[in-house]
Design a protein around this ligand. Structure first.
Ligand code: VGL
Ligand code: ZN
Length: 232
């Protein structure tokens, strides 16, 4: 009888502590962050091949500081890294007579042709934030036949390890930001929502290739149930 009383008392205290921990926000470890494609080639800071407007030193520092703060709060930080072979299908130089930013049809898909960027092992393919922030870095766009704006899967439907890593880490909610609002941030956030995560995009930690497509991307994300916050 005395043992039963002891076990019940213990169970009560364990239960109460868990409840208190949840209420005080201890369980921040269900919140993950995906920092999208913070790489030299997408920034004016590094004179990138596909430099996106507003990606100067101040922007990169802001993203670094915000990510540090989120990690400090207990969020688990992940990154995507565009990582193309030299002969990648998205490079205009691999299509005779085509110009950068032209769109072509490939097997029924629209492919925007980009200047060669984020070529594997090149300096400007490196991530600009401190590597120590990240629990994992997911590379994408390695298959020369398919582009991959999303951190979850390429245009051929091949999944990256992202969904598996997030689920194994116990992540339920995701904060998404980085470059570019209208391409990789949008595709990654939308696929995250499809995978069942509760997604928030932080607009002032994102930069877009063009204002019109970025505004459309924000609307499209909202329409898909994604929360878009102006700042952290
Ligand atoms: C991206 C164009 C081509 C991006 C990647 O990170 O948004 N955009 N590759
Ligand atoms: Zn790319």
């Amino acid at each position: 009888m005395r043992e039963v009383g002891f076990v019940l008392t213990l169970a009560f205290f364990v239960g109460a502590s868990i409840l208190m921990a949840v209420q005080t926000g201890f369980c921040k470890d269900i919140v993950g962050v995906i920092v999208v494609d913070m790489q030299g080639d997408f920034t004016t800071l590094k004179n990138g091949a596909l430099a996106v407007n507003g990606t100067d030193k101040a922007f990169v520092e802001r993203v670094q500081k915000a990510t540090e703060a989120l990690k400090q709060k207990g969020c688990t930080i992940f990154a995507t890294q565009d990582w193309h072979p030299k002969d990648h299908i998205s490079f205009f130089t691999n299509h005779e007579g085509k110009k950068p930013f032209e769109a072509i049809q490939i097997e029924g898909r629209t492919q925007v042709l980009w200047p060669p960027h984020c070529v594997q092992e090149t300096d400007n393919a490196a991530l600009l934030l401190d590597k120590s922030l990240f629990a994992a870095v997911v590379k994408k766009g390695q298959d020369k036949k398919y582009d991959s704006y999303s951190g979850f899967q390429d245009d051929g439907g091949k999944q990256t390890e992202m969904a598996k890593i997030l689920k194994e880490s116990g992540i339920k909610e995701l904060i998404v930001y980085g470059i570019a609002t209208d391409y990789c941030v949008k595709a990654t956030a939308i696929d995250a929502a499809k995978e069942g995560f509760k997604v928030t995009v932080i607009e002032n930690l994102c930069r877009g290739v063009a204002p019109e497509t970025s505004a459309k991307a924000i609307q499209e994300m909202k329409d898909k149930g994604i929360t878009v916050k102006q700042e952290l």
